[in-house]
Design a protein around this ligand. Sequence first.
Ligand code: SF4
Length: 651
Amino acid sequence: MNRGYMGKILMVDLSRGEISEEVIPDNVYENYLSGLGLGAYILFNRIPAGADPLGPDNILGFLTGLLTGTGSFFSGRWMVAGKSPLTGCWGDANCGGNLSPAIKRCGYDGIFFKGISEKPVYLYVDSGRAELRDASSLWGKDAVETEETLLLEGGKGARVACIGQAGENRSLIAGICNDKGRLAARSGLGAVMGSKRLKALVVNGKRRIQPFNRHEIKRLSQSCNRWVQFQPPLFSGPALSRVGTLMRLLPTQMAQDGLLYKFFLKKWGTVSMNQVSIEIGDSPIKNWKGTNEDFGPGRSLTVNPDAITGREFVKYHCYGCPLGCGGKCSLPGQKGGETHKPEYETVLALGGLCMNEDADSIFHMNEMLNRAGMDTISAGGTVAFALECYEKGILTKDDTGGLELTWGNAPAILALVEKMIRREGIGDVLADGTKVAARRIGKGSEAFAMHVGGQEPAMHDGRNDPGFNVHYAVEATPGRHTIGAQLYYEMFQLWKEVKGIPRAKPLYSKDRKYLADHEKAVMAAACSKYMNVANGAGLCMFGLLMGVTRTPLFAWLNAATGWRKTPGQYLDIGARIQTLKQAFNIKHGVDPRSIRVSDRMLGKPALPAGANKGRTTDLEKVRGNYWDQFGWDPETGVPDPEALERLGIKT
Ligand code: SF4
C-alpha cells in the first residue's frame, strides 16, 4: 500500500472479547479520506438508530489521519468519534501529541470498540498482536498514573490513550487523555470509554507508512517550514492587551492573516490571545453576561502571556510539527510539580468566565482536570453557571456543602472542581455539564446554562464574530469552535485555491460582520468542508491558519495518495462528510432545528456596554442559507434525497 493510508481497521467487540481486522476498500478513502471521514463512514453505517450512547451499541473509534506519518507537517492529530452522551448527536474530539502515528504503525487507520466488557480492560496492539488485558488494578487511577504504568508494560515506543476518574464515573464532560494529561476533551467521549469499561488503548506499532511520493511531500513540507520559521522579534506579553484595545476601538477591521497569529503561537502558544481576546470581546466574561470592562487589563494581567510562559520550563512539539506551541510548566507552590501549559480555553474558562484572576488556582485546576480527564471548557462553563445560580440565590451554602460560590472566589472554585471530579455532593449535580445540571437544579436555572445542544461553548463569543455562533449551531457536533468563523475564513485564504468562493475584503467596516447575508453562509460552508478534509488528513488547525498556500493541505494529499484531485474536488469530499454527519444526527432522531444556541450568547438581549455592546446574531437566516449550500432543506436542515444520491450516501 503506497497511498498514505493503511487500508485496514481493527474492530474490538468488548462484550464477546473478540478482535477482528477488516480491509477497507480504496473507494472509501477516495470518498471520505481517513480520520473523521472514515469514522463517519463506519459509525453512520454501524451504530443502530437510537442507540444509547452509554450502551453496548455505541461504537467508539480511535482514528489517525491520512497524512499522519507521511512526512507532511502538522499531521499528528489523533481523533476519536462516537455518539455523544452529552448531546445525543455525532460526537468527536481530537488531540495532538504522539499517539496518532503509533496507531497507524500498528497497521490500522482506526481502532473501533463496541459492546461492554464485564470487567475493566485495556487493549494492547502492536505490529502483529492485538489483545485485551485486565485493567482492574488501573481502575480508579488518574490518567497520568495510568499512562505511566502502561508505558512500562507496553515496552519501548508504546503510546497510550486512557481515561481518568471522570470517564470512569461517566461524567458527560469527560474526555480521553494521551501524552500524560493532554485531552481529546469534547463531546463527552471519555464517558463512552468508561461505560465500556475500557480503561486504555496501548499501541506500539513499527510498520512503515508509505506515501505515494515521499520526495514531493518533503519538498512541500520544506516550503511550509520556511513560513513557520519566519519569526520577527515580538513585543512583551502585557503589551498585547493594548493591541486588543486598539482593535476594539477601531471602526474598521483588516482581514486577518494567520501568519501574524503564527508569530504569537510560536512564541507563547495559545495563551498569547488571553488578554487580546478579552479586550476585543472574543472571550466571554462572567458566564457571558459580563464584558471586557468587568475584567479589564488590570485584572487579566495575571494571565498575560508572559506570566503564563514565565512558568514554562520546556517547550514541546506534537509529532510532525515544526511550530511547537506546547509546553510544560511548574506547578505553583508544589516542589517538583508540573503541568502542561494551560491552553487559552482553559485559562479563560476557569478565569474570566468565573471572574477568577488567581493564576495559581488556574494552573492547579488545569492539572486536576487533565489528570481526571475532564474537559476544562465544559468544567469552566459549568462552574460559571453554578456561580450565577449562587448569586441569584438558586444555590445556597447548604446546597454547596458550605462553599461560598461568589464570583472570583478562587479557593471555592477550586474546591468545586474537585467535587465535580469526585462526583461529591454539589459536584455530582454539576459533573454532567450545564444542561443536565440545570435540569437537576430547576428553579429557573436553565436561563443561566450556556450551552449549544447540551455542550458548553468554547471561549469565543459569537457577539464578536458571528461566525462562531453559526458553527456552534450548524455543525453535527453542537458547540464546535474549531471549524469556522469570520476570522478562520480570512486566515484559511481558501479563495486562493478554490474557484467560486468569495475573497475576504482586506479592510471592512466592522458592521459588515453582523450582516446575515448569503455570502456569510457560503463562507461558513467552505470552512466546514475544508475542516472535514483537514480532519480526514489529521492536520492541526493551527497549521491551517497560516493559509492554504503556505500549509498545502491539498497538494500534500495528492502527493501522499497519488490522486490528482483539484481543491474543489477535495471540498466536495468535505461536503460529503458533512452531509453524512448530518444524516447521522437525523438517523438518531435529532431535529437540526432543535439545536439551540443560548439566547444570551446570541445577544438576546444585547449587552448594554463593552466591546459587544448592542450586538445580536441573526442565526436563523444564516443557518438556512448554510443548509442550502449543502443541498439540504433550508427550512429543516434535512439532506434532500437527491443530494444524498449525488454523494453516494445510502440511508
Ligand atoms: S501547532 Fe501546537 S497543537 Fe498544533 S501540532 Fe503543533 S504543537 Fe501541536
